[in-house]
Structures are given as C-alpha cells and as structure tokens.
Design a protein around this ligand. Sequence first.
Ligand code: CA
Length: 719
Amino acid sequence: MKGNVRANLFSRLSTRGRFGTGAAVASAAALIALQLGGSAAIAGVSSADIAASPAEEWLSYGRDYGEQRFSPLAQINAGTVSGMGLAWSADLDTARGQEATPLVHNGVLYVSTAWSMVKAYDATNGKLLWSYDPKVPRETLVRTCCDAVNRGVALYDNKVYVGTLDGRLVALNAATGKVTWSIVAVPNQHDYTITGAPRIVKGRVVIGESGSEYRARGYLAAYDAATGKLAWKFHTVPGDPKKGYENKAMSAAAKTWAGKWWTMGGGGTVWDSITYDPKTNLILFGTGNAEPWNPGPMGRKGSNLFTASVVAVHADTGAYAWHFQETPEDRWDFDSDAQITVADVMIDGQARHVAIHAPKNGHVYLLDVKTGKFVSAKAFVPVNWTTGIDPVTGQPTLNPDARYDKTGKAWLSMPGAIGAHSWQPQSYSQATGYLYIPANIAGFPYVADKGWKPTEIGFQTGMDSAATAMPANLQVREGAKAASVGALIAWDVAHQKQAWKVDLPSPWNGGVLSTAGNLVFQGNAEGNFVAYSADKGEKLWSFPTQTGVIAAPMTYSIRGVQYVAVLAGWGGVWDVAAGILAKKGAATHNISRLLVFKLGASGQLPAIPEPAKMVLDPPANFGTPQQIAAGAGHFGRYCSVCHGDAAISGDLNPDLRHSGVIASAAALRAVVLGGQLHTLGMVSFKSALTAADAEAIRAYLVHRANEDKALEAKAVASN
Ligand code: CA
C-alpha cells in the first residue's frame, strides 16, 4: 500500500512537472510559429478543459466526456438555418472513406483523414497550417476489413494524437505538426490495425485496435501523453491458458469459452467507443465480435466474454469494474463498438446516470454507469436473431435458427453484419432527451463454411461467402436493394421508444450532431448534408455535398460566429464489401473534402467531373463449372472483402470484372501471386493460393463479367 501511495504522489508531482514543461514548450512553439508567419494557436488542452467542454470549442471526439455530441451553440438554429451556406471547403489528398470528426481549439481545426493523415486549418477560413502523413504502407489494406479509414485525433497539452492504420500511436506538436513521439501500439503489425480516435483521460492517451476478422486479441490501453509509455492494458478476452491469465477477470472470462480460441486471438477488439465518466472515474468501452464469426470450425462454445459487450475499467489502473454482454454467442459480427453516450436521464421519475448504447445488434440499451446494471433494452429496428430480451437481466433469448453453424442452413439475419448502427456517431440532445441514431435496416445472409480452416492471410470469418454471393438475377437484386435502407431515428431515451424517423433510401449514412438551436445535422449516402428540427424531424435545410457523407458533423464558434463542419467522402466497409448494394445511394462515389458552413455564406463547390462510363467488355468464358465454382470460393474468401460481393466493387477498389488482369492467366497471376501491385495495397496471396487457384479465380471473374454483361443487355432491352 505504501508503495502505491508513493507512486501516486510521484505521478502527481510528475504531472505538475509535465504541465510546467508543456507550457514552456507550448510558448516556444508559439514563438516559432509566429516567426515562421504561422498560427500562434497552441493546443494547451487540459483534462479539465475537456471536462468543461466549452461551447465554442470541440476538444474531444464526442465533444464532451459523455460523448453526447450535443452543442449548446444556437446562433444557427431552426429559425436561421435556412440562411446557412458554405463558408469554406478544403479538398483532401486521400480519396478513400472519410470518417473523422474534426476538433477545434484556439481557432485551429484539426482533422484526420483516410490513411491516418492529419491536417490543421485556420478554422475561420480554411488556410492550411500544417499537414502530417504517417506514410502508412499501402499493403496494410490487406489486413483491414473496412477501408483505410481513421475516425479522429485527440488534443492534450500542446499535442495532437493520432492512431495510424498500421498500429502506431503518434503524438504531434500542435503548432507545427512535427512528430514528438511515436510508438507501435499493437502487439504486431500483421493482425492489428487502428482506426478509432484516441481519447484523453487524466494525462493519458487511451486507444484500442481493430482486427477481430484477423488474429487479434482485443484490449484497451492507456499511454502517458507526454512520453508514450504504456500505463496499463486491459485485455477483453482470455489468452492461452498455459501462459496463465493476467487477472481475475480473465480467469472468469475463460470459463465462458471452449476450444482453442486463443490460437485465433479471440477477437473482442476495441475499435471505436471509449467513454470516460468523471463522476465514477470509469472508462466504458465496447468490444467486437468473437473470432471467427462462425464458431463451428474452432469448436468455440459459450457466451465468450468479453466479446460483443460494454466493459468498464477503473481509469487510474485499467482494472476491471463491470461488464454487460449485449450479444452472447456472437456469430453475426455484432460488435458492440458503437459509441457509448453517458447522460443523466429521468426514468420513471428517478434521475439515472446511464450509459446509452445502440450497437449493431439493433437495440438501445440503458445501463447504470456505476454498476453496469441493466436498466432496459428496446429494439430500434426490425430484429430476428433474438425472440426477446429478458426485462430483468437484459439477456436475449436466441432464435435457434440464427445459430447457422448448428442448423447447417442459411440464415438471413436482421440486422446483418453491417449492423443496425455501426461507428457512425449518435448524438444525445439534452434539450429533447432524444438519442439520434444513424440506423441501417439491412439483412445479411450467413452460411457456415463447414470445412473452413484459418489461413495466414485474408478475412477470417468461417463463412461460405460464395454460397451467399448475390446471384445474377435482376429480381433478386432488386429485392435485396429494396430491403436495404437507412433511417435517422430520434429515440426517446427515457421512454425507450421512437419519437420520429426520417427514412433514407440507402444504408450507411453519416453520423449525427444535435444542437441547442433545435437542430440535428446529418450527411447521407444521397450526397446531401441536411439539417432537421430536433424535436420533430422536419427537414429545414440541405446542401449538395457531391459525395456520400459517412462522418459526423461538429460545430464551433470563433469571435461570435458559429460554424458547422463535416468531412465528406464516401467509403468504409459498405463501399468495399457490399457489392451491388453499395451502389444504392445516389452519391456512392468518393470526393474527399472538408466542408464548413456559417450563416450568410454562399460558397460554391466546383462542378463534379463527369464519371467515366464503365462498359463491361470481358474475354469469352473459358472455365469449367468446377473451376468457376472453385474460383467463386476463393474469391469469396480472399477477395470479396475488398473487391465486393459477387465481384461487383464499390467506388474505392478496382472492379475486377472491368480489369485488364482477367485477360490472361499470366496477368492475374502476376498480381495475385506475384504481388505486382503491392505498393497499391494488393499484396501477394501466394501463402494461401496456388497458380491453379488463381486461374480458377480468373475463370470466375470472367464468368461473372459475362453474366452481368448479359444482364445489362437484358435490362436495356426491357427498358
Ligand atoms: Ca467485427
């Protein structure tokens, strides 16, 4: 005990020391910046600043520690928003999905873009102050499920923090963008990536990781903000029993597993939500799916703690406090990683301090922040994987048909793997008491691959992706498209019921901001940035963004002028993996740009370049039925996660039906086995595929291209 007291004293002393040093460095940097003619703005953000969350600024990913994304600013309001226009915009040099929320402090807007780059702008006019490129190797793409995305930076003291796709945590000087320190924050750079925004808690940078479709063992870690030194690490799933468990939480969790789960890592990655609650001094976070999705091949049984759960740890030590599992026996990729919002809500006449969570499994959960005790849950979209949730324990009764690995049959799940609500940030308005959820209403077919074995490369799910690929049948395609939609749902948290809903034509729309101006802002897959009234959902204003918006907007105020900023740029997992469904929205192409609005502005965007007309002109079919079937299997397993379901790609990655590489065996082999395009991210798959496999993939691609060419001709003829 004595040791602990002394350690605490020392850490307090060194924290003070660090503040002092930080201030000195900050003023020196300010001086340098002034001498260079740059901005004198220095971050200088403290934990107290984040806790106070001043209305004019946006200091942390979810604005305040409760991640409410509710701004008290009201100059732009339901009465004035019709006069809002484009104040400035900045074209980005990364044409992939843009998922980040910008931060603003001292007149400077800091934002991360795809490929984990960071930029700082004068927040009033868009003048670029500095930019940083971590030069993430493009080969990293092969171990990402979901595009080269990054969701944001953290600010603390005089530094900007970013997690990079290849697993580094980097601290930048806020005045210059120069690297202060950089560490590798993942156990290895083969199986783990980072896409989430770091959070700052008591002088530490807290960050998790992605990789539950690879070979990752999930954890949350805290690093000293000044040095990058690891302070604590909490694993979300137990490791190899022979090596001994790190703590009591891990030995308890191990009882909920069977088989040799640790050989695949186990999953449970912490790829998005991290919420600090100063009131209880707990850090709440969500965990991803168990690995692989299909429990059959690895003999996985049980509820698999702490996957698909909300977990709380003590902020100072990272020690376990409580957990609540939302999806036991997860086999549907029902990550619980969606943002967790903490708020004080009056429920049945009682003031409750609750965590509000709307994860991929389709329910809004309310949990007591201090104890993790279940308060209530209610479905916010159609759900069929459970037949009901116990009102006392919060545990679901699983629909037996949803255990596709046990039934051996295909299972069309609602929601599907995209989730009823994924990382797109929700917003909780203190004015209306509503949670605004960017929802997806889209099913997904699951079929177990019975003979599945893990490999060293590619997406590890245990699914038979060939069996579930979209058939070349117009009726089926149109049916699937019609059944895949989106919605902006305003959810009355206290009463656990929908207050209003705006139907959206496509899934995968943007995150949400609510304000004291009775406004809710959201961009969408149709290429519009829209303001609705927060109380009724009336559409009050709209701006054509020219590209799908998936990121969340934010707002700030400088010298009495309120601005609203949003990162535009279509992409993410829905674009790269969803095949023909990814093209459903009207603006499912990428033009990456930061858009900033204010009242009285009337800026215009340059005209959109005419999209190139893609005509299918494949070589003649050559494969035998067996070869095509084998190729479909290999494509489904190794290629479809980037090049799209049924070889129909989204906007970001090459559509192989149109590619020159299918013209000859040698051309495809050079890429798939020879790694000819590795600098673009297309690495060699020779550890998993033979020359015969590559030729089977080519036979399948040529077959698919000819199928779709015939289908297009038929559609033209019938028009
Ligand atoms: Ca997942």
